[in-house]
Design a protein around this ligand. Structure first.
Ligand SMILES: Nc1ncnc2c1ncn2[C@@H]1O[C@H](COP(=O)(O)OP(=O)(O)OP(=O)(O)O)[C@@H](O)[C@H]1O
Ligand SMILES: O=C(O)C1=C[C@@H](O)[C@@H](O)[C@H](O)C1
Ligand SMILES: [Mg+2]
Length: 172
């Protein structure tokens, strides 16, 4: 069986949806950000502030490759930027991978992130206006990489359960 890889912008629901998909499919779930935190013994915020983003991106790539090489089956929730660095977007097309882009609009992302930005170093210090502008531009820049996924599921105006059902549909 293939590894199921969920990707998309910060706040699109990768971690939330992956946990719920895991409960239904009984396939274990791993969150790439959490794996990196465990490996570094630091929070994502601490990695960014103590070592910088380039160091984080190297760890992120190494950990992603490691998980894909593991013989076990997992649902993997990626970090928001994972497909956009190194050759990670090419790894989304691997034979043993089912990659799914959880596609959310700027409004959906803004509404979810505006009160949940403290653990996300890229937006943690922005005011509301800066954040909306940042998300719009950043999503535009990253869309090319997200669109390398094998499948796409639109998450706007859907409950967690509805998105999980849509994912099961594309995997069937
Ligand atoms: N229908 C929904 N589907 C998914 N998440 C939802 C939904 N409605 C509200 N949320 C909330 O939106 C947030 C999504 O955050 P989550 O951490 O799952 O995103 P993420 O894509 O893993 O972000 P990051 O890239 O920063 O790790 C959570 O607080 C979740 O409770
Ligand atoms: O979108 C991003 O670049 C990031 C998203 C998070 O999941 C973390 O991986 C980190 O905060 C960077
Ligand atoms: Mg997450």
């Amino acid at each position: 069986m293939k590894k199921i890889v969920l990707l998309g912008y910060m706040g699109c629901g990768k971690s939330t949806i992956a946990q719920n998909l895991s409960k239904i499919t009984k396939i274990p779930f791993l969150d790439l950000d959490e794996c990196i935190e465990k490996r570094a013994n630091l929070s994502i915020n601490e990695i960014f502030s103590q070592h910088g983003e380039v160091y984080f991106r190297k760890l992120e790539h190494e950990m992603f490759v490691e998980l894909l090489q593991s013989p076990e089956n997992f649902i993997i929730g990626l970090g928001g930027g994972t497909p956009c660095y190194a050759n990670n977007h090419e790894l989304l097309k691997g034979e043993n991978v089912d990659s799914i882009y959880l596609k959310a609009s700027i409004d959906t992302l803004y509404n979810r992130l505006v009160h949940n930005k403290s653990k996300r170093p890229l937006i943690a210090n922005m005011n509301e206006e800066e954040m909306r502008e940042f998300i719009a531009k950043h999503l535009f820049d990253r869309s090319f990489y997200y669109n390398q996924a094998q499948h796409k599921v639109v998450v706007d105006d859907k409950s967690v359960e509805e998105t999980v059902q849509d994912i099961l549909g594309v995997l069937a």
